[in-house]
Design a protein around this ligand. Structure first.
Ligand SMILES: [Mg+2]
Length: 282
């Protein structure tokens, strides 16, 4: 892969830029490089629980105050934009999900209905920490009565300090079992989120780099969308996973973390000059 051909870049966030609230090595260097090179960038996460504004605040708290909210594509934002291309404003939707997806759909002009008597145009499912059997039942009845079945993402689990916890995909799986129907998925590795971010960047897929830490979402989705892919070993994937004989998902390039990605992309001379100037400022 030629870095000189890369005109735009999409980053996954957790496991690539930070772990929880701790920025990973190379975080500030990455933004220095993006500023200097002028390469357009965007972020794509399957997390539907947070709003883009919450991520803007998170970047600001980590010393990067100028990230525009428009370049942050959560699976919730992608779902809202995707549905806007299909349904009119005011269309009634039933939502199993949290603030991120509710805010995105509300701001997109949809009617988030709780009316049990009326069948909504679609049931939209994201991660929901307050999910109850009653709401799962309501969603099931709506889908069985003809509502479209949309999922922000299909991640079965997500990492917590206590271990892997049920993700949106586990709730989607419960509904698929209850309705005998398959959800239409918007988030990674499905295509809609990649198409929306590529449209925002305005760069051709083969000249756009997807940087991620997961093979089955970031890298598979990037590849399927025709993009170049860079895997970082700072999150979900280890070199052992990559070399496992059962693995059939390969990234174009793989690095230990952001510093090695930047050395390869910006060059060793850039990296050394940057470290020197940082030391000089201390
Ligand atoms: Mg990640």
């Amino acid at each position: 892969m030629k870095f000189s051909a890369i005109q735009g870049v999409i980053f996954d966030m957790d496991g690539v830029l930070w772990h929880d609230n701790t920025p990973l090595a190379g975080f500030d260097d990455l933004f220095a490089w993006l500023r200097e090179s002028g390469i357009p960038y965007a972020f794509a996460t399957n997390n539907s629980s947070k709003t883009p504004q919450a991520y803007v605040q998170k970047f600001a708290d980590m010393g990067i105050p100028d990230v525009p909210s428009a370049c942050i594509f959560t699976s919730a934002v992608a779902t809202a934009q995707h549905l806007q291309s299909r349904y009119m404003a005011g269309t009634p939707l039933f939502v199993l999900g949290m603030a991120g997806i509710r805010t995105a759909l509300d701001e997109a002009g949809f009617d988030l209905t709780e009316d049990e008597a009326q069948v909504p145009q679609a049931v939209v499912v994201g991660i929901d920490f307050n999910m109850t059997y009653a709401r799962l039942k309501q969603a099931t009845l709506h889908i069985r009565n003809g509502a479209d079945f949309i999922a922000t993402n299909a991640d079965k689990t997500y990492p917590t300090p206590e271990g892997l916890a049920p993700g949106a995909g586990s709730i989607v799986a419960a509904l698929e079992a209850a309705t005998d129907q398959q959800a239409e998925v918007i988030g990674k590795p499905a295509r809609p989120i990649f198409d929306l971010v590529l449209k925002y960047l305005g760069t051709p897929a083969p000249n756009t780099l997807m940087v991620g830490d997961r093979l089955d979402t970031d890298i598979k989705g990037g590849r399927d969308a025709g993009m170049k892919t860079a895997l970082l070993f700072t999150g979900a994937t280890t070199p052992d996973h990559l070399m496992n004989p059962h693995n059939d998902i390969w990234a174009d390039v793989a690095y230990e973390g952001l510093p090695d990605l930047l050395k390869a992309w910006a060059g060793d001379a850039w990296w050394l000059a940057r470290q020197k100037s940082k030391r000089g400022r201390k």
